[in-house]
Design a protein around this ligand. Structure first.
Ligand code: FNR
Length: 183
């Protein structure tokens, strides 16, 4: 199978983020055909259409990175039952200028990670709503809602739960097929 470049986008800026730790675990568990790279959305100026004439350098960097990948892996916390503003801002920045949507047609998967029991369900589905509009075919099954995240990692930040590891490994195999079919 050919190798696919995948941008991994994490909707938390926290150094000790459980979403970031899960992203790193997914990168280790992924099949070889997926070449995964963390794409930072920290420091991305808030979207303002007035700036499109002379867009901030950070917007251009993100747009270019997204244009150059074959697929997208999103990890999102849930803030107040929705997607953190920083992640929604990244979606908005990547979707413009009008007619130059960087996300267009890139196959994706969504993982939500929370310390709570509802496992980021609200954020997971709000993100899917935006991804539909920016024409990102998003893997339907398996869904990935990772709850109780505070208990899943050791003090080095490594995933230490075998059943979660198995689940995430299978999730990445399904994502590989999804990318292969839709890239
Ligand atoms: C939260 N948290 C949270 N959790 C949840 O399951 N549902 C929610 O609606 C919210 N709302 C919320 C709002 C705000 C502003 C904060 C800061 C936090 C808790 C959240 O899941 C927890 O902080 C995670 O650890 C955040 O993910 P990272 O940063 O660990 O990846």
């Amino acid at each position: 199978m050919k190798t696919y470049k995948i941008a991994v986008i994490v909707g938390s800026l926290r150094k000790e983020s459980f979403n970031l730790k899960t992203a790193k675990a997914l990168m280790q568990l992924a099949p070889e055909s997926l070449d995964l790279e963390l794409v930072s959305i920290a420091g991305l100026p808030m979207f303002n259409e007035d700036l499109e004439g002379n867009p901030p350098k950070e917007w251009e960097v993100l747009r270019e990175k997204i244009r150059n990948v074959d697929g997208l892996l999103f990890l999102t916390p849930e803030y107040n039952r929705s997607v953190p503003g920083v992640l929604k801002n990244a979606i908005d920045v990547g979707s413009r200028p009008y007619g130059k949507n960087s996300w267009d047609g890139k196959p994706a998967a969504v993982v939500s990670v929370s310390i709570g029991n509802i496992s980021g369900f609200g954020a997971n589905h709000h993100l899917r709503q935006s991804l539909t509009f920016v024409n990102v075919p998003t893997m339907a099954q398996p869904e990935a809602y990772i709850g109780g995240a505070a208990a899943l990692f050791d003090d080095k930040g490594e995933l230490n739960n075998d059943s979660t590891k198995d689940f995430l490994k299978n999730f990445m195999l399904a994502f590989e097929k999804w990318v292969h079919t839709n890239a």
